[in-house]
Design a protein around this ligand. Structure first.
Ligand code: LRH
Ligand code: MN
Length: 426
């Protein structure tokens, strides 16, 4: 299924006047404040987020999974679905594959299809948290940290295979997330597990192509519920430093204990040049993988404030990998991802409205009230006309969700694929 340009135009036409009025009003106000609106819109258009290949079907929990039907049953259909999201939002120009859930059968065909939809291949993800059918060794008690040399070697080899797959697709980074840990006190020797992990990561790092990066993702718990080897940003940062210049930390927003100050973690990692990228999502309790900005939109805005500051003041930090990592239990996967993209663009646009110099001088004067006024003036600005302008200038939809529904995309996919297809992934 492909959405034609003229279909999007038709769905835009009835609201173009309202958009233009709102846009003119906002850009006049922002211009008066010294904001360069065109530069801001260009930054929004250049901000492309990778869609996770494992989140295009219905997610689920151990308590159940409820399909939306018309799910993609192979990588081609997943790329087509990302194409639908990208045609409407103009900000989903990349895919992050998870191996072995999404091993391409025909590399040239999949590259051609992605290219035709203007979709690039972002980080490839290894998977040493599940046993594959014909695997010789089991990851039940860990992978890169396992006490068994044979298990560690199998996990290292898998990561090398993932790099090869990514290389053939034009990807330039490997994401390593380990479920490794323990469920009970005494089960693991923490030091041995950490040292095994460091040595294994170094063995993978040794063969990382020169222009690649390794993104080390941390997580405090689940599926292990007493300890996780790479439990927090500090451990990921330490391991990235132990590996070398091409290794960085990856921040998954859902991988923090309640009330963690994620924006401070982001600022620290950027100041040390070790922030590699993000898995955007939101959560109320644990790693809930909910729609971005659906629970804590102000926290997301504060994170983008640190990112905007860091992108201006930390040349030592590389260009970041922007990715979503979500799971859809009760929402249409494509609508959920569209809403997440909107929330990311909105948080970024609001953060770009912060007068960083004015904030810096208020901070230097310890004018605490003024600092908050500067932040919240930006946060309270309705930036949606800017997002709309950024999209429609590139052929996108004024309202991607309305267009998705008025074009009846889900029923179109069900007609094409039926009701029994199940997407690989979580
Ligand atoms: C672990 C995680 C990781 C992926 C998986 C799908 O919770 O965030 O990024 O490998 O989800
Ligand atoms: Mn993640």
């Amino acid at each position: 299924m492909k959405i034609e340009q003229h279909h999007i135009q038709d769905s835009n036409n009835k609201n173009l006047k309202t958009h233009q009025d709102n846009f003119d009003f906002l850009s006049n106000n922002l211009t008066k404040k010294g904001v360069n609106v065109n530069t801001l819109i260009k930054k929004l258009q250049d901000f492309q987020v990778a869609i996770p290949s494992w989140a295009l079907g219905a997610g689920g929990t151990r308590f159940g999974r409820f399909s939306f039907y018309g799910e993609p049953s192979n990588l081609e259909q997943k790329i087509q679905d990302i194409g639908i999201i990208h045609s409407l939002t103009q900000t989903a120009g990349a895919v992050s594959l998870h191996i072995p859930w999404d091993i391409p059968e025909d590399y040239n065909a999949i590259k051609e299809l992605a290219g035709s939809l203007d979709i690039k291949f972002d980080a490839v993800n290894s998977n040493t948290f599940q046993d594959q059918a014909n695997a010789k060794e089991s990851y039940k008690y860990g992978s890169l940290s396992n006490t068994s040399e044979a298990v560690r070697q199998q996990a290292i080899q898998h990561n090398l295979d993932v790099i090869n797959i990514g290389n053939k697709l034009g990807s330039k980074s490997l994401t390593v997330w380990l479920a490794d840990g323990s469920c009970f006190p005494g089960q693991n020797n923490f030091q041995t597990a950490l040292q095994n992990t460091e040595n294994s990561l170094k063995d993978i790092y040794k063969v990382l192509p020169n222009d690649w990066s390794m993104l080390i993702e941390y997580k405090p718990y689940e599926p292990n519920f007493y300890s996780t080897v790479i439990q927090d940003w500090g451990t990921s940062f330490m391991l990235a430093n132990a590996c070398g210049d091409k290794a960085y930390s990856l921040v998954d927003l859902g991988h923090h204990l309640p009330n963690s100050n994620i924006e401070q973690i982001v600022s620290i990692l950027m100041s040390k040049g070790k922030l590699g990228g993000f898995h955007f999502n939101d959560s109320k309790y644990g790693d809930d993988d909910l729609t971005v900005g659906s629970i804590k939109p102000y926290a997301l805005f504060l994170i983008f404030n640190e990112l905007v500051y860091g992108m201006k003041n930390n040349p030592q930090n590389p260009d970041l990998a922007w990715m979503i990592d979500a799971s859809h239990n009760v929402k249409d996967p494509l609508e959920d991802l569209i809403q997440s993209l909107e929330a990311i663009q909105e948080a970024y646009a609001k953060a770009l409205l912060i007068d960083q110099d004015e904030l810096k001088s208020a901070q230097l004067n310890n004018d605490v009230v003024k600092c908050q006024e500067i932040l919240q003036d930006a946060y309270r600005t309705d930036v949606r006309p800017l997002l709309e302008k950024a999209r429609i200038e590139n052929g996108g939809a004024l309202s991607p969700i309305n267009a998705y529904r008025s074009l009846d995309v889900r029923n179109g996919l069900i007609k094409e694929r039926g009701k029994n297809t199940v997407a690989t992934g979580l």
